[in-house]
Design a binder for this molecule. Structure first.
Ligand code: HEC
Ligand code: HEC
Length: 462
């Protein structure tokens, strides 16, 4: 324990929270956006809102005890590597691109309410921080995370038994059921946010999903795939804190989350790091504008974004995310503090918002459930594997520059032999699982092979 340092950090966290909170009643229009954005960045990188979930030593224990990752898929050929690298790889975590002590991105110090007991807690970046080619990015969805295995390992490191969940958090690496997690937290609150002893039956059944890139949010008027939540709803991004916070705390922290949202909307997509065939990309731009811009917009200095919700029947992708949300769960959300300013829109037809494609080279696998490993397969639906094994990391050795996305291995037997090591068995993406269907979005099927390759070349430049 280093009490002095902890007190200082606690004080800093408190200042960060009080600073914006004091301006809650009247939004300060004279505050330069840059200041807001910078406060949002600080809150995201250092703010601590929840009590510790684990002891301060839990991650260190995980590092010391994690089994070696079978890098090339064979448990016998595990390569020796640095213990921290091994633990990060096993659970799909990434080094933080900002100072974060010895902790991976997504884990941070936390303190009990009275500030006396220090420990660890997760933050937004466990899901919303990723890496590609050895470079970490805030806002790149984490496509390697095995959330359930990670939580279990941390809890065991504290010599506690992992709790049993009433729903599937994730059936494999890379997808995560953030939606149903939020529903469960809401079911344990009354409309006035007081805690319930027994959960409400909200009737929703949301599936696990791929985490979207944050840098596309600035173009969208709404949050989330189903387009039902206003894009300025800071309250909506506070849902995970329902595990602990009271309505008063939510109100006090709201301005901090408005700043955090401003920071999210300031993020830019990383540029494609390999050479691009300019003339092919130019030809692809024309094909794109003819076949894709209606939904995905145009790019460059005077780019446009149509902000379209595409009904399920037209898009044809997996229906579970759109249909798994229930009228009852929306009504309940809207009856609480969360829905007061920006109620969730119940009237919309179920569908998915066509996302902006900025930085799409970095966000494979594709579609909202990560069911399609490359852009090529996205634009040629019969080339999509129904089952594939994810790569152990997001290193460029696994990157497919030709088809743009991840080189995946196709498991030989169906079902794949259950392996003793969950790292391998949980690398399997199986499109027959709930919510993970890989059908639909067939707009690329009618393109000729050369048109398709040209569009892919163009997509590298966005
Ligand atoms: C357990 C993983 C997880 C955690 C933790 C998490 N998110 Fe998310 N987030 C998701 C997933 C999955 C989606 C996609 C949901 C959808 O569209 O249905 C998402 C969507 C979003 C979006 C909307 C993006 C868009 O393009 O519409 C925002 C903004 C966001 N999250 C902010 C946050 C913030 C802020 C935090 C921390 C307070 C956070 N998230 C914590 C998984 C997570
Ligand atoms: C009718 C509207 C529409 C048209 C036309 C369309 N798309 Fe899409 N596109 C969508 C929607 C909606 C999604 C999200 C679907 C989902 O995730 O289930 C999507 C998803 C994508 C994605 C995946 C994004 C990600 O991060 O996972 C890519 C890439 C893409 N489209 C490219 C294209 C290209 C290239 C074309 C033209 C050949 C095209 N789209 C035509 C509506 C459209």
């Amino acid at each position: 324990m280093r009490p002095k340092r902890l007190n200082l950090l606690t004080a800093l966290a408190a200042i960060l929270l009080i600073l914006p909170a004091s301006k809650a009643s009247e939004p300060d229009v004279s505050t330069p956006d840059a200041l807001k954005i910078d406060r949002g960045r600080l809150i995201l990188e250092t703010g601590s809102f929840l009590a510790p979930a684990w002891n301060s030593t839990a991650w260190k224990t995980v590092v010391e005890t994690a089994r070696p990752v079978p890098v090339d898929g064979d448990p016998k050929t595990a390569e020796p590597m640095d213990a921290a690298d091994n633990a990060r790889m096993r659970f799909g975590l990434h080094p933080a691109p900002f100072p974060n002590g010895d902790l991976p991105m997504g884990l941070r110090p936390a303190w009990s309410k009275d500030g006396r007991k220090a420990g660890l807690q997760i933050d937004c970046l466990i899901c919303h921080g990723g890496s590609i080619g050895g470079q970490s990015y805030v806002g790149l969805g984490n496509t390697t995370l095995d959330f359930q295995q990670f939580l279990n390992a941390m809890t065991r490191a504290d010599s506690r038994r992992p709790p049993l969940l009433t729903f599937n958090l994730n059936s494999g690496r890379g997808t995560v059921n953030a939606g149903q997690l939020a529903i469960v937290l809401f079911s344990l609150r009354n409309p006035d946010l007081s805690l319930r002893q027994f959960p409400l039956n909200l009737g929703a059944n949301l599936p696990e999903q791929d985490v979207p890139a944050w840098w596309t949010l600035k173009k969208k008027s709404t949050l989330y795939l189903d387009a039902r939540t206003d894009g300025d709803s800071a309250r909506s991004i506070m849902q995970f804190y329902l595990g602990e916070l009271s309505e008063n705390q939510f109100s006090a922290y709201e301005p901090a989350f408005a700043d955090l949202l401003a920071y999210v909307k300031s993020l830019e997509a990383p540029k494609y790091p390999f050479p691009v065939d300019e003339s092919k990309a130019l030809a692809g731009k024309a094909v794109f504008e003819k076949n894709c811009s209606e939904c995905h917009g145009t790019y460059g200095p005077d780019g446009t974004y149509p902000d379209l919700l595409v009904p399920l029947n037209r898009i044809g992708t997996d229906r579970a995310r759109a249909e798994g949300v229930s009228g009852r769960s929306i009504d309940h959300y809207n009856a609480t503090w969360f829905g007061q300013v920006h109620p969730v829109d119940k009237s919309l037809e179920p569908g998915y918002k066509a996302p902006p494609l900025d930085g799409v080279w970095a966000t494979a696998p594709y579609l909202h459930n990560g069911s399609v490993p490359t852009l090529y397969a996205l634009l040629k639906s019969d080339a999509r594997p129904d089952r594939f094994l994810r790569q152990p990391s997001t290193s460029f050795e696994h990157y497919d520059r030709q088809n743009v996305g991840w080189k995946v291995r196709i498991p030989e037997s169906v079902p794949e032999k259950p392996s003793g090591d969950p790292f391998l068995s949980r690398s399997l993406f199986d499109s027959s699982r709930y919510g993970l269907g890989n059908k639909g979005h067939t707009f690329g099927d009618k393109l000729s092979e050369s048109e398709r390759m040209a569009v892919i070349e163009y997509l590298k430049t966005l």
